[in-house]
Design a protein around this ligand. Structure first.
Ligand code: G6P
Length: 489
């Protein structure tokens, strides 16, 4: 068991992630506006306070000119963010290609794209080369801003090559790496042509963290089976050097959501929503429009529920917020049309002149609108086919103190391990089971809803993003001290 967390809070923290917490939108030659970025990584990182944190990452836009780069660097500095400028070709090969067409689907058990199965194909190799090049560009920026004693915390599958690049710059740098997605079974990871190189670069970090114990176990067995290294309860050992591997389940800043519910604007939104859907139960899905989120499966399950329960047809509505994401990747474009087609068919089938069963929105909502929606929801549906953690489920629970709504949650989301006791767990591939769980949720007694909510609310309030970050950083500090002691013995 770990000792009491040490007060490392004043230590400078360099948080390096592909996506900065804010994305830039160009308004003029030298003027920019900044918007909060979408996704679980950002939701969690926004909850990390206390530290002297600086963020290093890609601003999400191509800025080819110097005037624009200078102005954006200045605008981002106010948010303690430092940009890494990636040109269009790199973004295409590294972000759209290697990160989101290869690693992302693979880590979520969707396999490698057919045409890239052979390591020898040109696109695979050039995408991997761009991935390494982009990681090196991140390392250059980190190195430029690094000061002795800083903790460097690298995030996610975009930056698996970064720990190695950083240690090559300075072997004394304290480097942690955390994965926000699942780490798949070693049998899946071993299909990746660059499997060994990626594992070895991650192992250059001092501490490697995952959301769940299972992901950590998969990583260690990939290192033992693919690299032939030794796995220990502490991590992975390579010729006497230990890389510590452990689980650090993430959380949200629950207070931010709870407080928002008292804001006049949110209360107003809630009143409007209640009027708009009076007499109907509200079911809610909030996802990035991503194939791992199981949106088609969810909507088909809702259709099956309506099919089998004619009495519910005009008494329930499904609001699906699908935030567009990675829109340059063909798989995501295909998914958008697929979802639109299914929604259209179901609304045509069960809609009336005055109401439709599914409201599908291809856009994000601002924070207050989202909180209001969470708060008026009766049943939230999280049906990810695989998901590192899924913080939408946490956000929903945080906003449900008054209503005590039901969470239907995929057993393949990391959150199932923490919110499983309060949620109805489902296999999202089993449409019949999900349809039945919709009925169970809509008919659940107040007593049972309260009991389930209490469990989940307690968890969400006590396992926050702040606590997650503090635990990781303090473990990283301890790991480095222990390694130094081992060397000096
Ligand atoms: C997931 C990933 C994050 C990513 C987010 C949004 O949560 O783990 O690293 O930032 O999705 O995706 P995007 O490609 O827009 O950054």
């Amino acid at each position: 068991e770990r000792q009491e967390a040490r007060p490392y809070n004043r230590q400078r923290l360099l948080v390096v992630a592909n996506r900065l917490p804010v994305s830039a939108v160009r308004r003029g030659e030298d003027s920019w506006s900044l918007e909060i970025s979408a996704g679980g990584l950002v939701s969690a990182l926004l909850g990390v306070k206390e530290f002297e944190a600086r963020w290093i990452g890609w601003a999400g836009v191509n800025v080819p000119d110097e005037v624009g780069q200078k102005a954006l660097t200045k605008a981002l500095a106010e948010k303690r963010c430092i940009p890494v400028f990636l040109d269009e070709e790199i973004v295409h090969q590294y972000y759209n290609g290697y990160c989101n067409n290869i690693l992302w689907p693979l880590f979520h058990y969707l396999g490698l794209p057919q045409e890239d199965r052979l390591a020898t194909t040109r696109s695979f190799q050039s995408q991997f080369a761009a991935y390494k090049k982009a990681n090196q560009m991140f390392a250059d920026v980190v190195n430029e801003h690094y000061e002795e004693g800083d903790v460097v915390w690298c995030h996610d599958y975009h930056l698996m090559f970064l720990p190695k690049c950083l240690k090559e710059y300075n072997s004394k740098m304290k480097v942690g790496w955390f994965l926000h997605t699942p780490f798949p079974s070693s049998e899946i990871h071993r299909t990746l042509p660059s499997r060994s190189e990626l594992l070895r670069s991650v192992l250059a970090a001092d501490l490697v963290g995952f959301h769940t114990y299972d992901y950590a176990r998969h990583f260690v067995s990939a290192c033992t089976r693919i690299l032939g290294l030794e796995g220990t309860p502490e991590g992975v050992e390579d010729q006497g050097r230990l890389t510590r591997v452990a689980a650090f389940p993430i959380g949200i800043d629950s207070e931010r959501f709870i407080k928002a519910l008292g804001v006049t604007e949110v209360v107003k939104h809630m009143t409007e929503l209640k009027e708009r859907f009076a007499g109907r139960k509200v079911m809610l899905g909030v996802d990035r429009l991503d194939m791992i989120k199981g949106i088609p499966q969810k909507i088909l399950a809702f259709e099956k529920f309506l099919e089998e329960n004619a009495n519910w047809r005009d008494k329930v509505v499904l609001l699906q917020i699908a935030v567009p994401t990675r829109t340059d990747v063909p798989e995501y474009q295909k998914l958008t049309s697929q979802v639109h087609e299914i929604v259209g068919r179901i609304n045509g089938r069960f809609g009336t002149l005055t109401a439709v069963p599914i409201h599908h929105l291809d856009r994000s909502l601002d924070f207050y609108a989202l909180c209001a929606l969470y708060a008026v929801t009766d049943v939230a549906l999280v049906t990810s086919l695989r998901d590192g953690m899924n913080l939408v489920s946490y956000e929903f629970v945080a906003c449900q103190e008054a209503k005590k709504g039901v969470l239907i949650l995929s057993e393949f989301a990391g959150a199932a391990q923490s919110l499983g006791a309060g949620a109805i767990l489902v296999n999202p591939w089993n449409i019949t089971e999900v349809a039945a769980s919709i009925g169970q949720a809509l008919n659940m007694s107040q007593d049972e809803r309260e009991k389930r909510h209490k469990h989940n609310f307690h968890h969400v309030q006590t396992h926050t993003a702040q606590e997650w970050a503090e635990t990781f950083v303090s473990e990283l500090n301890d790991t480095v001290i222990e390694a130094q002691l081992r060397i000096s013995k």
